[in-house]
Structure formats: structure tokens, C-alpha cells
Design a binder for this molecule. Structure first.
Ligand code: MN
Length: 491
């Protein structure tokens, strides 16, 4: 169980200059506010506030966010008001606690509320992503104490986690939190599948963990022999839910999963990543087609790393993940990594704008869709489906949903390019407009300035709402003009 001093130590470890006076005041304030309250599992309520704040401190977030984590349930569950919290701890903490209080009023009841929850979540996220990070930390602890709740509530919370919170954590690039949320929810939502995955993988995992302990020593020797500096070499055990999803794609055959235990090599800089990759390949033969350079071509959520699968001794097959410290922090904490050691007043500014662009785009089109059923369908495609990344001829990376076509690509670049697109070259070969793009494709749109406009047939195969909306509004306008001309001719 986490104590206040654990949090304080962690905050000081991350930032030795942090002024922890406010943190202590917030703890005393929360203790008093929640005095006498118990959670359903019998623990003191303050324990929940401590665990939430600890997760946030562990993600290396700024002090205001950790303080807001301690206070996040005060206005909702005690007589103390938001105004009092803001008066005591200042406008920034006040704003964060207000955001989280608004979100906690949402309950998952049927389609209507579900859609409404998502809308509010994205509005909160666009206002200040930290609100959603607090919500994720709060959910993580609620899941770990889920067994104390009645089964109906367990199902609701676990399902909502798999459907909403984990995908959001993934989209924000917080790999570690996403994995933990999914694993905790997995056993409630799919108990039989969970039991099966545990049974199928445990002995294999244990065997690979013990093998990788020897391998780690050998890798360290290899790096030292080649004069390659490293920060750490460690094993990473695959999360159960992520393993389950992979098994679904591999005919449920666990021998086809090579990264049950992957070896992570963390080095100081990009050059050392490639040197380490070279050293690994000179020692063990790489498997064809399994070398992935996510440094040169990052994943849409910003993930960067070198991956390779090699044949080790005794017929072992091992995946290596090689990255520098910054890439590693980004992979574990995603968007949260940008608050690291920054003072809170500059926190918002330090997020690269492209990481938040998709949230803004989402807000734009969600205003236009009033039908909840349609909204959820659209959202499933735009956010919760896997993303691919493709390249423009200039080498810019464009992030699209899976199965997107050159027409989606064209509208993503500009509506004029979409409206006048007459063909496409994919990897320098002419390809039909309905071709499904794949990650890594180089896409060039052939524009015909004389083209009248988009074809309504495109609506049958395009994926993004952006493209659909542009085509629909083009035709709406055209019909209006036609009617105008028509009525004029009649006169
Ligand atoms: Mn809470």
C-alpha cells in the first residue's frame, strides 16, 4: 500500500527542486475531507487518493497534477466544494479537479450515455489532457479493487475500460498504463479466455524469463566489447490481453508469438541504437522481414524504437527492442512524458502540437454529428481502430485509419486535392482510388484541375469522416445550385 511519503519521495526523485509544501497541504486537506469514509473493499478512502496520485507521480507528471490526484474525489464525495479547493490550491489545481469532477458525474448507461461520455471525455482532453490522465490513474486503482463491487458494476467498469479508457491511453501513447488497464479488465470481461491465456502462457513465459536472464548478461558483454554505451538491458513480459489479441491473429498458436518476453536495450542516443542493432545482428542471425525501424518511420501514436527478431542459441527466437532513453520514456508515458521536469505553467505548451491534432479534429466533426449511433460508428473507425501511417512524396507522415484509401489521403491533405483527385500512385505505381493503403506506402495523388468534383461512388469505399463530410457537403451545395438554376429557368 502506498503511503504519502512514497509519493513525496518519488516527486523529489523526479524533480529534486520540487517545492513539496503544497503537496503536503493537499494530503492533509484530503485526509480531513475523506475522514471516516471507507471504500467498498474496507480500506480508508484516502488510500484511493494516494494510489491515484502515486500513479501520476510515477508517470513523472508535474506537481499540480499529482496534487489534483490527491484531491480528485473531494468535491464529488465530501461536503467541500470546488470553489474551496480552488481557493486553497490555486486556479490550476482547481481547474484540474473541476475537470475530473465533471467527468466523474458521467455514468455508463446504454448507448445515449455512452456516446455522451465520450464526447465529454474528448472535450476535457482538448481543454487539458492532464484531466484525462488523472481519470486513467483513478480508473487503474478502481480496477485493482474491483472484486469488492457487485458483479453488475464489475462488468460495467471493466467493459468501459476495454472500450474507452484503454484505447484512449493507447492513442495518447501511454503503453504501460494501457497494458495494465487492459489486463485488470480482461479477467472480468472475458473470464474464460483470460484463464486460457494464463494457462497456455505461464510455463512458457517462466521458461523464457529464466532464459532471458542469461541472455541479458551476454548482451551486456556484447555491448561492452563493442564500446556501445547503454542505460539498461532488461526483459519485458507481454501483457495478457495484448497476448490474447495477438493469439487471435496467429491461429491461437503460442509458438508463433516471438515477443512473449522481449529484450529491451536502452541506450543514450539514436546513433547508439543503430550500433547496438548492428552488434546484435553480428552475433545472432536476424529473421527475415522482422527488422522494423520505427525510428525512421514512427508509429502513428509516436512510438519510436528498433525491433528485430533473432535466432539465439539452442534454437531460441528472441525479439529485441532497441531505443534511447527519451524514446523509452515516450513509449511508457506517451503524452505524459512531455511534462517531465517542466514547471506546470509551461506544461501545456510543451506538448508537440501534432500529438494533439487528432483531438482537435475529432472535436470539430463531433459537433456536426447529432445522431449517437452514427457518432459511435464514426468514432470506432476514427479513434478506436488501428491506425496506419503513409508518406507524402515529400516524406511527411500521414496518420489514417486502417483500410483508408488514396481518396481519404487526398482529403486529409486538402479538400481541393480531394475534390480534384483523379488517380493515385502508390509506391510509384498507378493504383485504383479504392486501393486499401498499407503502413509505409508512399502515396502521390494525381490531380486533374479540370475535374468537376468528387464522385459520389467514392462514398462506398472511403473510411474517414473527413472525406465523407467533404463529399456530402459538395453534393449538397451542388444540388442547391441546381435547384436555384432550375427555378430560375422556370420563371
Ligand atoms: Mn476516484
Amino acid at each position: 500500500m502506498t503511503t504519502f511519503s512514497d509519493i513525496k519521495q518519488l516527486v523529489l526523485k523526479n524533480n529534486p527542486n520540487a517545492d513539496t509544501t503544497m503537496l503536503e497541504l493537499a494530503y492533509d486537506f484530503a485526509v480531513k475531507a475523506h475522514a471516516g469514509q471507507k471504500r467498498l473493499d474496507g480500506t480508508d478512502y484516502i488510500q484511493h487518493s494516494l494510489e491515484t496520485a502515486y500513479t501520476l507521480a510515477h508517470m513523472n507528471l508535474d506537481l499540480s497534477t499529482v496534487i489534483a490526484g490527491l484531491l480528485h474525489d473531494v468535491p464529488e464525495d465530501t461536503p467541500i466544494t470546488l470553489e474551496e479547493v480552488a481557493k486553497e490550491f490555486g486556479p490550476e489545481v482547481g481547474k484540474l479537479v473541476k475537470g475530473i469532477t465533471k467527468l466523474s458525474k458521467l455514468k455508463y448507461r446504454g448507448l445515449e450515455r455512452y456516446a455522451e461520455n465520450l464526447r465529454k471525455m474528448f472535450v476535457a482532453m482538448a481543454e487539458d489532457v492532464r484531466v484525462v490522465l488523472i481519470k486513467l490513474a483513478d480508473r487503474l486503482h478502481n480496477l485493482s479493487t474491483l472484486s469488492a463491487l457487485p458483479p453488475v458494476k464489475q462488468q460495467r467498469i471493466a467493459r468501459e475500460t476495454l472500450e474507452i479508457y484503454a484505447p484512449i491511453a493507447n492513442r495518447l501513447g501511454i503503453g504501460e498504463l494501457k497494458g495494465q488497464l487492459e489486463d485488470l479488465a480482461f479477467k472480468y470481461v472475458y473470464p474464460e479466455e483470460y484463464a486460457w491465456v494464463v494457462k497456455t502462457s505461464t510455463s512458457r513465459m517462466e521458461d523464457q524469463i529464466s532464459y532471458s536472464q542469461d541472455l541479458i548478461k551476454e548482451v551486456i558483454k556484447l555491448l561492452e566489447k563493442n564500446n556501445i554505451a547503454y542505460n539498461s538491458v532488461h526483459g519485458r513480459v507481454k501483457h495478457h490481453y495484448s497476448l490474447y489479441k495477438k493469439l487471435l491473429r496467429k491461429d491461437m498458436d503460442i509458438s508463433k508469438v516471438y515477443d512473449l518476453v522481449a529484450l529491451r536495450v536502452i541506450v543514450p542516443d539514436v546513433a547508439a541504437c543503430y550500433q547496438a542493432l548492428g552488434a546484435v545482428h553480428s552475433r545472432w542471425k536476424p529473421m527475415t522481414g522482422r527488422i522494423k525501424d520505427y525510428i525512421a518511420q514512427p508509429k502513428p501514436n509516436g512510438y519510436r524504437s528498433l525491433h528485430t527478431t533473432v535466432f539465439c542459441d539452442q534454437g531460441r527466437i528472441v525479439e529485441f527492442q532497441i531505443r534511447d532513453q527519451q524514446m523509452h520514456d515516450n513509449a511508457e508515458y506517451g503524452i505524459a512524458a512531455h511534462w517531465k521536469f517542466k514547471d506546470s505553467s509551461k506544461a501545456q505548451l510543451s506538448i508537440p502540437p501534432e500529438q494533439l491534432k487528432w483531438i482537435k479534429e475529432l472535436l470539430d466533426w463531433q459537433k456536426e454529428i447529432t445522431d449517437n449511433d452514427q457518432y459511435l460508428k464514426a468514432l470506432t473507425i476514427d479513434i478506436f481502430q488501428n491506425r496506419i501511417f503513409v508518406f507524402t512524396p515529400k516524406g511527411d507522415v500521414i496518420d489514417l485509419p486502417e483500410e483508408a484509401t488514396p481518396v481519404d489521403f487526398a482529403y486529409h491533405i486538402h479538400s481541393d486535392i480531394g475534390n480534384h483527385c483523379s488517380g493515385a500512385r502508390i509506391n510509384e505505381k498507378i493504383a485504383p482510388l479504392e486501393t486499401k493503403l498499407l503502413s509505409g506506402d508512399l502515396v502521390e495523388i494525381i490531380v486533374d484541375k479540370n475535374r468537376g468534383g468528387p464522385s459520389e461512388d467514392w462514398l462506398k469505399f472511403i473510411k474517414t469522416n473527413q472525406a465523407k463530410n467533404h463529399i456530402k457537403s459538395y453534393y449538397k451545395k451542388k444540388r442547391r445550385n441546381f435547384l436555384n438554376i432550375f427555378s430560375r429557368t422556370k420563371e
